[in-house]
Each structure stands twice: as C-alpha cells, then as structure tokens.
Ligand binder design. Structure first.
Ligand SMILES: Cc1cc2nc3c(=O)[nH]c(=O)nc-3n(C[C@H](O)[C@H](O)[C@H](O)COP(=O)(O)OP(=O)(O)OC[C@H]3O[C@@H](n4cnc5c(N)ncnc54)[C@H](O)[C@@H]3O)c2cc1C
Ligand code: SF4
Length: 550
C-alpha cells in the first residue's frame, strides 16, 4: 500500500478489546472501583451483541457479584430453569439419565436461559451509564508495543476503505491508535490478537494445548403448545459415533423461543465429517423433532468454544496487558458454561488494573491477576472438571462420559483417582488422511426441519464489504492443494459452517475458492486446518454476522 498518513492516537487508562461478558464486566468493575479511570471498549460487531453466539444457560454467580441488584431491574434475564434433562441418544431411542446420578456441579437449577447477545447489550448500557466509552464497528487489528520496553501499549483499529487489491479506495479512513496503560484482551475463543500475544510472550509454555469445539445454533419460534418455558435439555451420543465427541443443547425460553444447538469437538479424526450436517441430522431425532413441527427458524450461527479447561489456561499477564474470558480459555466444558467465568475474569483483571493504576503504575505485568485466578471461583470451577475432556478424548464418548462423571463426583469430594490428565495433540493434528477414512453420506435437507448452509448463513444476517482484502489468509496455497486437498480431501468445505471454502474444478485442476463474505467469524478454520495454513484476521470493522438475539 502507498505511504499512509500517521494514525491519530487517543490515550486511556484501560483499553478493552471485545464487548463480550468478559470485556463488559471488566469495564463496569473498573468504573465501580474508580469512576475517574478512563476506559474504552472496542467491538468488531456492528453493535454490541452482533457477534455474540452462545447457548445460553447462565450461572448468575458472577452477575450477582458484579451487579447485586440486577434481579430487581428490567433485564433480558427472564426465564429461570425449571426442568433439567440429560439424555443418551441412540439412532431412534433415548435414555434419560436420572438427575441424582449426575454430579451436582452439572445441575442447572438456579440458572437462567437467555440470549447472551441481549445480556451483553444490557451490560453495555450499564457500562456506558458509568462513563465507559464503547466503540462498536471497530476491530482491533494490531497490538501496539512500546518500542523501548516491548510492553503492550494499546491497540490500533483497522483501516477502513481498503480495496481487495490492498490499495486505499475513495472512502479510505486510517485506523485509530488507542493507547493505554493497561490493555485487556477479551476477544473470546481463539482471539486473533490473543493468539499473537500467546506466541510473542510464550504464554502457553508448560501448559497443555488449548482444545476447541465448534458450536452451531439455531433460534426457533415454536408452537405455544410445544413450549415448556424453563426446560433445559442436553444430549450426547447419536448422530455422532462413539469416537467423535460432542452433544446437543435445547433450551425453551422467553415467549415460545427455543435455542437448539450442537457442539462437535474439534479433535475429530475423519475429514469427511461435517459438523453442520451432524447438527441438521440431530434435529430429526424422535426425541426432539416434534418440538419444531410448524415452527419457524429465526436465526442461525456458529462459534468456536474453548474446551481445554484448567490445564490449558496460558499465563494470563504480560507487560502492559492481560487475557480475559475465553481469550484465556475459561470455559467449563461439561457444564457448557463460560460466561460466568468470563465475567469473573474480567472483574479480577479490573481489580488488578485499578490497584496498579492507583499505585501510579503502568505498562507492567498485572501479576496480581495471574496469581489470583486459581484460588478464585474460576479456578475452583475448572479444577473439578479438569479430567472430563481428556477422558472423553481418550476413552470415546460412552466410557469417557461414564468415567468423566465418576471423576467429577470424586472431585466434588475433593479428590481424583486420575490426578490431572493431559489432552495430547492440538486439534489441527488429529485429522487422519482421507484414504484411511470412510466418506459420510448426509441426508438432503428438507427445507422445513433441516437446511443447507447458504439458507442458514442468510439467517445470520452476515454482511461484509465485498471490496476488501480477504480476511482468511492462506499462507501457502500450494500446500493447501498438496495437503488439505490431496491428502485430507478438503475438510474446510465441511468444517466451515458458513460455506466459505470450496474446491472447484477449473481447467481440469482443483481451485481453492474462499467466499469470505459468508464468514460468521467462528474461527474454526484457524483452529482445524491440518497444516495451520489458514489465519483468520479481523475484516473491516462492523463486518460479519448481525445476530439479533443469539
Ligand atoms: C454454542 C455455544 C454455546 C454456549 N453455551 C453456553 C451456555 O449455555 N452458558 C454459558 O455460560 N456459556 C456458554 N457458552 C460459552 C460462552 O458463550 C463464552 O464462555 C462467553 O461468551 C465468553 O465470553 P468472552 O467475553 O470471553 O468472549 P465472547 O463472548 O466471545 O465475546 C468476545 C467479543 O469480542 C469481540 N471481538 C473479538 N475480537 C475482536 C477484535 N479484534 N476487535 C474488536 N472486537 C473483537 C467479539 O465480536 C465479541 O463481541 C457457549 C458458547 C458457544 C459457542
Ligand atoms: S471461514 Fe473460518 S471463521 Fe469464517 S465461518 Fe468459515 S470456518 Fe468460521
């Protein structure tokens, strides 16, 4: 690109990347502690909540601490869990596991069914009322470093109005530098800047690789006579085979709304597997299919979630900044809950930052945050379930869930027979060559209960400026052909839940096509590409899905 004008810079005490539960909780906590601390939050979605996709059954434990009076206010947290069911699914039958057999930590009574996007919108209002500046539509694309000390000094937002060819267009606007004494990174699972910081500061040294799942979700308006407000239903088993981890969720909430979703663990081995099609198949199971009869699908989306838990949490602090929420990997996988830990971590980071600012410090390590998480509610929550995911991976779903359940029970009483198990390989290294695997024939969608990718992406309201550089960066197109295509039979066309990747025949040879405008920012390609050849980078701010209430 031609020589660019210098970026304008703004100075703050604290810059927060991402208006998810972690970022917003930290912003609110900072202002609660000291209203004079200047705080800005940048959010790549067109508005707060536009890129939030979650189940979501939330454990209000962190919210109770952050905003103790929330229950007496008008909030989007309305449906209390009243019925909590867990099923093992076979091809046509289902066995309900009795609630008394489940470890108490798996219980959902006292929790609430929500749209996490709407909760974030509400939290953003709270933050703004306290004086936090929130800039939606601005992606942080670059970490700024202090040249002399190497400490993180803030972030820069991306330039707007850059063409496909990388050259400025007529509407070109230079990004902004948001400089801060401390920068909190709350980008969620597989944050792009978080990934760079983990590598630069060696934050993951000595811990297990982070593990991930891909969560797909639809929001349905169903017939009132089928709605059971407060019903929470989870399953494992069919349609996945015993060797592939994952499961479903189905939550009845608000006025005749149902959130239905499916998570596939990204350590699966068969490159022919399509998480999207597994989700569509799941909805046809006799246990759930009637729920959707004569109903209307309102929204669709997908997002990766972290699954490594306790042993995969990297070092959180580095000079000038910290990782919070799922950027650090605080998701509790067996509970499928991360929003409470995201909020707790935002609060802990805020408390450490406020204390440091109070002492006149800046750009150093917030060691108090790093030191506090293991003994905090986050550490206690994750410690008890630390062996569940490794047991599922090693033993397969049936034995893994049995032994994982047993281990969570013993952990309830303070001990484990397994110690702390390792995860093994990172998810990108688990695919087998296609020649060793059997192709999977998925049924055709019927357009009523099951759908194809493109009509689904339409319901995510995804929109990107078309004339901009492709934000899915393939480092080596040659390797994509010789390995991704020739050895693994092009798994990106199947794992991408938005139909972004295609191998098409052109002049007798396969050509890799990237329909970047469809991308729902789930980050799966960045995680699962077998050669780590694809990097997701933030597109022009405001681009991506526009989830109304996911
Ligand atoms: C399918 C699914 C089901 C789940 N179910 C539950 C559940 O039932 N209960 C529960 O508690 N948890 C659940 N979770 C987990 C929960 O959603 C996460 O733990 C939680 O959202 C993490 O919060 P966060 O603030 O760390 O990140 P996110 O919620 O991911 O928020 C990150 C925000 O940062 C923004 N952002 C990212 N990068 C940038 C950038 N470079 N510049 C600017 N903005 C950026 C994003 O747009 C987003 O708004 C589920 C997750 C999934 C995917
Ligand atoms: S291109 Fe990558 S990040 Fe975008 S939707 Fe597909 S898998 Fe997800």
């Amino acid at each position: 690109m031609a020589d660019l004008p210098a970026r304008e810079a703004m100075e703050f005490d604290v810059v927060i990347v991402g208006a998810g539960p972690s970022g917003l909780a930290s912003a609110i906590r900072l202002k609660q502690i000291n209203p004079d601390i200047s705080v800005v939050v940048v959010e790549k979605g067109s508005e707060v909540g536009a890129h939030i996709l979650s189940g979501a059954v939330i454990d209000p434990v962190a919210l109770d601490r952050l905003l103790p009076d929330w229950r007496s206010e008008d909030t989007p947290i309305k449906t209390k869990v009243t019925d909590d069911r867990f099923y093992w699914l076979g091809t046509s039958g289902a066995v309900r596991l009795p609630n008394f057999a489940l470890p108490p930590l798996m219980g959902n009574h006292g929790n609430f069914i929500v749209s996490l996007g709407n909760v974030c919108r509400w939290l953003a209002g709270k933050a703004e009322a306290l004086g936090v500046e929130i800039y939606p539509g601005f992606a942080a694309t670059e970490v700024l470093f202090d040249e002399a000390s190497g400490a993180v000094a803030g972030v820069a937002t991306g330039d707007m109005g850059v063409g496909k060819n990388g050259e400025p267009k007529d509407n070109f606007t230079r990004g902004m530098e948001l400089r801060a004494k401390y920068t909190l990174f709350g980008e969620g699972a597989r944050g792009n800047l978080g990934k760079q910081l983990i590598a630069r500061f060696g934050l993951a040294q000595g811990c297990e690789p982070q593990k991930f799942g891909l969560g797909l979700k639809e929001l349905w308006q169903i017939k009132p006579d089928k709605h059971r407000a407060g019903l929470v239903q989870h399953s494992f088993g069919w349609p996945l085979g015993n060797a592939t981890g994952g499961g479903s969720f189905l939550y009845h909430f608000d006025e005749d709304l149902v959130s239905v979703g499916f998570v596939v663990y990204l350590n699966y081995t068969n490159p022919y597997l399509s998480p999207f099609d597994e989700f569509q198949r799941f909805k046809t199971h006799p246990l759930v299919r009637d729920t959707f009869a004569e109903g209307k699908r309102l929204a669709y989306g997908a997002r990766a979630l972290t699954e490594g838990g306790y042993q995969s949490v990297p070092k959180l602090s580095f000079p000038g900044g910290v990782l919070i929420g799922c950027d650090a990997g605080f998701m509790n996988v067996p509970r499928i809950k991360g929003s409470h830990n995201a909020m707790f971590s935002g609060m802990l980071a805020a408390e450490a930052a406020a204390a440091a600012l109070g002492e006149g410090r800046s750009h150093d390590e917030l060691a108090a945050y790093e030191a506090s998480w293991r003994s905090s509610p986050i550490g206690k929550d994750l410690w008890k379930v630390r062996n569940a995911k490794p047991l599922w991976s090693k033993l397969g779903t049936f034995a893994g869930v049995t032994f994982g359940g047993f281990d969570m029970w013993t952990n309830t009483f303070g001990f484990s027979l397994f110690g702390t198990l390792k995860h093994g390989k990172p998810d990108y290294a688990t695919l087998k060559p296609a020649a060793q695997c059997t192709p999977i024939a998925y049924p055709k969608p019927d357009g009523k209960l099951t759908f194809d990718r493109l009509s689904s992406v339409f319901l995510s309201n995804t929109n990107h400026e078309e004339d901009q550089p492709v934000h899915l960066r393939v480092a080596d197109l040659g390797e994509q052909k010789t390995s991704e295509h020739d050895v693994f039979a092009g798994p990106s066309a199947r794992y991408c839940p938005a139909g972004v990747y295609e191998w098409v025949e052109e002049g007798g040879s396969p050509k890799y096509v990237i329909n970047a405008q469809n991308c729902v920012h789930c980050k799966t390609c960045d995680i699962k590409d077998p050669n780590q050849n694809i990097t997701w980078v933030p597109p022009e701010g405001g681009g991506g899905p526009n989830y109304p209430n996911m």
